[in-house]
Design a protein around this ligand. Structure first.
Ligand code: SF4
Length: 244
């Protein structure tokens, strides 16, 4: 009897835990706007508007780009470039960051925000580069993701821009917003958005597409008041955020 009561109690607990968690979310279905013909029109429009789109974080090598990308979280590229211009004069290689004074580094990167966490990530990633990768930024996503503080977005930026390796699609705040407005995804989670985009954008366009979408987000399709009248994708865009 005691065993039966225990089992009933266990079931009740499990049911309560399930109720607390809420219903299991189903993955969003494919976006209607992601048919190949429409995607080709979007890519052509982006090519026409931004033929030279590139990464706006200044860097001379993969390591500098890695550091700049870590610093760019919740910060503008302009501010990051101001900070790294000074930073790279003092810290030239992974060893310099790995064994830096955390207090000094925090002070130096403070203008980029979240400076304590960023210091930990920069020092941790630099140490791992020195200890596991001979001081060289690895060329695979699998390896790059082992660096502390480095997630897929940073991995894609570094592999794509510094090495020309199309490992995936950078999903930052602009890519997230624009791929939703252009109905290329119905997801809100960056990992799922990246998977959706990778299915519909040809792999040889992954690197450029990320840069072009980021440029479009910065110059035209801003979060607030997008300049739809000046947008060359206006005729195929049916976003509820449109201003024309
Ligand atoms: S029409 Fe407006 S909302 Fe649509 S992509 Fe262009 S700027 Fe963005």
């Amino acid at each position: 009897m005691a065993a039966k009561n225990k089992a009933v109690g266990g079931k009740k607990k499990a049911a309560k835990a399930k109720a607390r968690k809420g219903p299991v979310k189903k993955a969003a279905g494919p976006a209607a706007g992601a048919n190949p013909k429409r995607v080709a029109t979007i890519l052509a429009g982006l090519d026409a508007a931004y033929p030279d789109a590139d990464c706006e974080l200044k860097h001379e090598n993969a390591f500098q780009l890695l550091i700049a990308t870590i610093l760019s979280a919740q910060c503008t590229d302009v501010r990051v470039n101001q900070v790294t211009a000074e930073l790279y004069k003092k810290y030239k290689k992974p060893e310099d960051f790995a064994y830096a004074s955390p207090a000094e580094l925090e002070k130096e990167i403070r203008p980029t925000g979240f400076f304590r966490n960023k210091t930990k990530s920069i020092m941790g990633a630099s140490k791992a580069l020195v200890e596991k990768f001979g001081g060289v930024v690895p060329r695979t996503m699998e390896e790059i993701l082992t660096l502390p503080g480095v997630a897929r977005k940073t991995g894609n930026v570094v592999l794509g821009t510094a090495y020309g390796i199309p490992s995936g699609i950078v999903v930052d705040t602009h890519v997230m917003r624009l791929s939703q407005r252009l109905d290329l995804t119905r997801n809100t989670d960056p990992k799922k958005i990246e998977q959706d985009l990778m299915k519909v954008i040809p792999q040889d366009r992954w690197i450029k597409f990320s840069h072009q979408l980021i440029w479009h987000g910065r110059r035209v399709c801003a979060a607030r008041k997008p300049k739809c009248a000046a947008c060359n994708l206006e005729s195929i865009c049916y976003s509820k955020d449109k201003t024309v």
